[in-house]
Design a protein around this ligand. Structure first.
Ligand code: 1CP
Length: 366
C-alpha cells in the first residue's frame, strides 16, 4: 500500500546489518532554524495548527529532506499531544514554551485523567499516513513519543522547568500518586505508538528528555520501568518488517546497560557520553545513535568536518551506528551548516564500512 523503500541505510544500521556508509538524521530537523518552516507556521497560524493538519505536518516534515541528504524523516508533531488529548489544554506562549490550562498536582487530578487511545489522537495517525505517502519511499519515517516520566514533568510542572520541584516533591512524598500517573501515561503511549506503526511509522524513538535529572535508583523506578513496559507491548514486527525502537535518555550515559536490557534496538546518546566507551559497554546488544554536540553547527565547515570525523572514529568500524546530534538542533543555527555535517557523515563514513563487517567487529573487540 505504500511505495517501496529506496534508502534503508537507517533501518539496516539500527538492526546492525551491513551498510555502505553511516546513516544520519537530526533530532528536531524540521523546525525554527529553517526559514521555510517559519513561513509554513505563519501560514498555518501557529505551531499546534501545523501539527493538527496533516497537509501542513507533511509539508514541514519534508522541508529538511529537500535541503539535505538525510537518511530518515521524523513525524512532525510534539510529545505533548498525549497530555493535550487527556484534556489538559496545551498551548504555547511566545518565548515561554509549552503550557497547559490544567496542571496535575494531586491524586484527584491523576484519578480524573483518562487513558488515551490512538483514536483520541487521530490527527497524528492521519499525519503519519500522509507523510509516509509524501515521502514516496525515499527514506523511512520515524514515529515518536515522549517517555511517561518526561510527559509527567510537563504535566506536573505546567511546562518547562529548571528545578523540577513539583514532580520531585510528589515522587518523594506521594510516590503512589506519581506511579498512578506514569501507569496511565505508559498505557496511553503504547496505544499511541502502536497506532503510529499501523498508520505507517517504520521505526520509533522514545524521547526521555528529562530522565537524566533523576538519581540512579529513581531513574530505574520512575522512568526506565515504564519505558520497559512500553517496549514489551509494542508491535515489533509489522507486515514482515521489523520496527526498530530507539531509546533516548538525555544525560543517561551512566545507565546504558540498564537501558539496553529493556530490549530496545538502539540507544540515543547525548554528547556528554563517549561513543567509543558506550560501544564497548553495550555495542554487542544494541545499535547506537548520536552524538555530536549540536553547538558544533555554530562553527564553520572545517570544524564541522573535524568533529564529524571524531564521532565516526569514536564509534569505529562496522555497522550499528546512526549519526545524529546529541540533542535537538538549535533554532539559531545557520541553515547552510547542517549540509556540511550530513555530507561529511556520508563521505567520511564510507571508510568505516568498507570491509568484512564480522571481522571488523572482532577488530573492535566486539
Ligand atoms: O515555535 C515553534 O514553532 C514550536 C517549536 C517546536 C517544534 C518545532 C515545539 C514546541 N515542538 C516542535 C516539534 C517537535 N518536538 C518535534 C518534531 C520533529 C522533528 O524532530 O523534526 C519533536 C520530535 C519534538 C519532541 C519534543 N517536544 C521533545 C523531545 C525532544 C527534545 O528536544 O528533547 C520535547 C521535550 C518537547 C516539548 C517542547 N515542544 C516545543 C518546545 C519548545 C518544547 C521544549 C520545551 C522545553 O525546553 O522544555
Amino acid at each position: 500500500m505504500f511505495p517501496e523503500l529506496k534508502n534503508d541505510r537507517f533501518l539496516r544500521a539500527l538492526q546492525k546489518q551491513p551498510v555502505d556508509t553511516t546513516p544520519v538524521w537530526m533530532m528536531r530537523q524540521a523546525g525554527r532554524y529553517l526559514p521555510e518552516y517559519r513561513a509554513s507556521r505563519a501560514t498555518a497560524g501557529d505551531f499546534l495548527s501545523l501539527c493538527k493538519n496533516d497537509q501542513f505536518a507533511c509539508e514541514v516534515t519534508l522541508q529538511p529532506l529537500k535541503r539535505y541528504d538525510l537518511d530518515a524523516a521524523i513525524l512532525f508533531s510534539d510529545i505533548l499531544t498525549i497530555p493535550d488529548a487527556m484534556g489538559l489544554g496545551l498551548y504555547f506562549e511566545a518565548g515561554e514554551g509549552p503550557k497547559f490550562k490544567h496542571q496535575i498536582r494531586t491524586k484527584a487530578d491523576v484519578d480524573a485523567l483518562p487513558i488515551t487511545t490512538d483514536t483520541d489522537l487521530d490527527y497524528v495517525m492521519k499525519a503519519v499516513t500522509t507523510i509516509r505517502h509524501g515521502l514516496n519511499g525515499s527514506v523511512p519515517l520515524i514515529g515518536f513519543s515522549g517517555s511517561p516520566w518526561t510527559l509527567a514533568t510537563y504535566m506536573i510542572e505546567n511546562g518547562s522547568s529548571k528545578d523540577f520541584r513539583h514532580i520531585k516533591a510528589m515522587m518523594y512524598s506521594e510516590p503512589e500518586t506519581l506511579h498512578a500517573l506514569l501507569d496511565k501515561l505508559a498505557k496511553s503511549v503504547i496505544s499511541y505508538l502502536n497506532g503510529q506503526i499501523l498508520a505507517g511509522a517504520q521505526a520509533l524513538q522514545i524521547f526521555d528528555t528529562w530522565g537524566g535529572i533523576l538519581s540512579g535508583p529513581m531513574y530505574q523506578q520512575f522512568s526506565l520501568l515504564y519505558m520497559k513496559q512500553i517496549l514489551d507491548s509494542l508491535i515489533r514486527d509489522h507486515q514482515g518488517k521489523k520496527i526498530p525502537v530507539i531509546l533516548f535518555t538525555k544525560n543517561g550515559g551512566q545507565w546504558l546497560e540498564n537501558m539496553a536490557a529493556t530490549g530496545a534496538d538502539a540507544l540515543g546518546l547525548d554528547w556528554t557520553t563517549d561513543i567509543a566507551e558506550a560501544r564497548a559497554r553495550v555495542g554487542k546488544n544494541v545499535a547506537l545513535q548520536g552524538n555530536i554536540d549540536p553547538c558544533v553547527l555554530y562553527a564553520g565547515k572545517e570544524v564541522i568536518e573535524r568533529e564529524v570525523e571524531n564521532v565516526l572514529a569514536g564509534f569505529g568500524h562496522g555497522t550499528g551506528h546512526v549519526f545524529n546530534l546529541g540533542h535537538g538542533i538549535h533554532q539559531f543555527v545557520n541553515p547552510d551548516h547542517p549540509k556540511y555535517l550530513i555530507d561529511a557523515v556520508h563521505a567520511q563514513g564510507q571508510k568505516y564500512h568498507s570491509k568484512n563487517y564480522g571481522d571488523l567487529d572482532a577488530l573492535n573487540g566486539l
